[in-house]
Design a protein around this ligand. Structure first.
Ligand code: FMN
Length: 465
């Protein structure tokens, strides 16, 4: 059996994920494998069409393809994202019909599921029968039980391929395209707000296109006219990025990126100083562009500290976002896990150009009103869960993520470890002792519901005074 492994890690042979594949090779000596270093070779694959065709031919003639990659910002690394775009551009949907694929990732399990969802959606578009993938924590490799679980998964995958089991799809293949946005032709357009900008607030608007024929650019210009705030448009192609993130983690010590190409300066000069950030992009396959993905990956030099905390964040998206729930969730994750004040999303999905203009206008008003009221939502699972996960991770990797460690210590994030909360633990121990006595337990539970709400009622009475 021939298995083709697409290695999405920019670290190529030094990929942790790849070591998992190597382990699986030892457990399945009858299979023949070949690894394609997509993450490392993306530039030459893009430039050299013949080389690219050789890879896709190998994908087509193998019995199955394994997408092996590290989770980077809740998705595949930008290099692999670009490879996906090339598959759509040069081969197209259904090209791999009848083939089988799966995914193997390593990560610290932060939004690994969205990365898997993404690869599944892409594979289904390309025609692959997709076998549910495997997400390993990067430390699992050293636990016998976890390795055995992984080996059983792979054996199940190979048998599924051998038996050509029919697999249900998770995602709808065809979604309606958005219409061409023509703001000029929209009648009765109120342009009274296009003059007299409020100089007290400036929006940093980041875009990956300035092509006047795109819906996105027309949306940007419409927004610029409609908002009362000043807009500073920056094209992320000018952000100085020469490559994607290399995954070297050198940034962990002092938050300085090993790539001296100007991106850090762009981030520090523009994003760190902004009050409101508007991210504008068009949907490419099941995400934004690989360029946007590269931009996000390169933000890793900031480590796990929420350096944009408190800033306002909105999105302007061209494309069928309502049919891309995985991406929609990622936009929410972005705002919440970066501790930013979420200002919403506007798209060009409305029925006609007039309606799109109305939505952009509404978005501009929402943004201004939220700014005036300093609107901030409570932390959701994304922030709360993520913060705990990162806290535990940083606590155990202080030698590499030294800068994060300093930040977590200084901002009291380690104090949230439950074992450090002595009063709570003491109260709980006393309560546990009491409920272990059957008579007391019956008494307590008779009063449990009113007892639980009593402190809230007491506080409310105090606040009402
Ligand atoms: C730029 C970057 C982004 C990352 N983003 C995530 C993430 O969103 N979720 C997660 O669980 N781990 C994340 N990680 C951790 C990697 O997924 C993890 O270290 C992985 O095991 C590396 O695998 P590799 O050696 O095969 O490249 C990120 C690491 C880097 C360098």
């Amino acid at each position: 059996m021939k298995i083709l492994i697409l290695n999405g890690s920019p670290k190529a042979d030094n990929s942790i994920t790849l070591q998992h594949m190597r382990f699986l090779e030892t457990r399945e000596p009858d299979i023949e494998t070949e690894v394609i270093p997509i993450g490392k070779a993306i530039n030459s694959l893009e430039r050299n069409q013949q080389r690219f065709d050789e890879v896709t031919e190998k994908m087509r003639t193998a019995d199955a393809v394994v997408w092996s990659f590290p989770v980077y910002y809740a998705l595949v690394p930008s290099q692999m994202k670009r490879f996906v775009e090339l598959l759509y551009e040069r081969k197209g949907k259904g090209w791999f019909a009848g083939m089988y694929a799966t995914a193997l990732t390593t990560s610290i399990n932060f939004f690994d599921h969205t990365a898997h969802n993404y690869v599944q959606a892409v594979c289904e578009d390309l025609g692959f029968a997709y076998v549910k993938g495997y997400s390993a924590h990067m430390d699992d490799f050293f636990k016998t039980q976890e390795r055995e679980k992984l080996a059983r998964f792979f054996s199940w995958f190979l048998k599924t391929v051998q038996q050509k089991t029919l697999l249900p799809k998770k995602y709808a293949g065809n979604v309606p395209e958005v219409q061409v946005f023509e703001p000029i032709s929209a009648p009765n357009r109120d342009t009274s707000l296009s003059s007299g900008k409020d100089s007290s607030g400036k929006i940093l608007l980041l875009t990956d296109t300035t092509d006047p024929d795109t819906n996105l650019w027309k949306m940007i210009r419409t927004f610029e006219e409609e908002t009362r705030l000043q807009v500073d448009i920056k094209d992320i192609r000018d952000s100085g990025m020469s490559h994607g993130c290399l995954g070297c983690c050198t940034c962990g010590y002092e938050n300085t990126c090993i790539q001296k190409d100007g991106f850090t300066r762009f981030f520090n000069d523009h994003l760190k100083t902004a009050e409101i950030i508007l991210i504008c992009g068009s949907i490419r396959d099941h995400y934004l562009s690989a360029l946007w993905k590269q931009f996000f990956d390169r933000c890793f030099f900031n480590g796990h500290a929420p350096v944009l905390q408190g800033k306002q964040l909105g999105f302007m998206i061209s494309g069928p976002l309502r049919h891309r729930q995985n991406l929609r969730e990622l936009l929410d994750v972005f705002a919440d896990s970066w501790h930013m004040k979420f200002r919403g999303v506007v798209t060009d999905e409305a029925a006609d150009s007039k309606a799109v203009v109305r939505e952009i206008k509404g978005f501009a008003r929402t943004l201004e009103l939220a700014r005036e009221t300093d609107l901030e939502f409570g932390a959701s699972f994304y922030r709360t869960g993520g913060q705990k996960l990162f806290r535990d991770f940083i606590f155990n990797t202080t030698a590499v993520f030294t800068a994060d460690h300093r930040f977590y210590k200084k901002s009291g994030l380690y104090a949230t470890f439950p074992q450090r909360q002595w009063q709570r633990r003491l109260r709980n121990a006393v309560f546990a002792l009491m409920v272990s006595i059957p008579f007391l337990r019956r008494q307590i539970h008779r009063e449990f519901i009113p007892g639980m709400v009593a402190p809230y009622k007491k506080k409310l009475r105090r606040l009402a005074r």
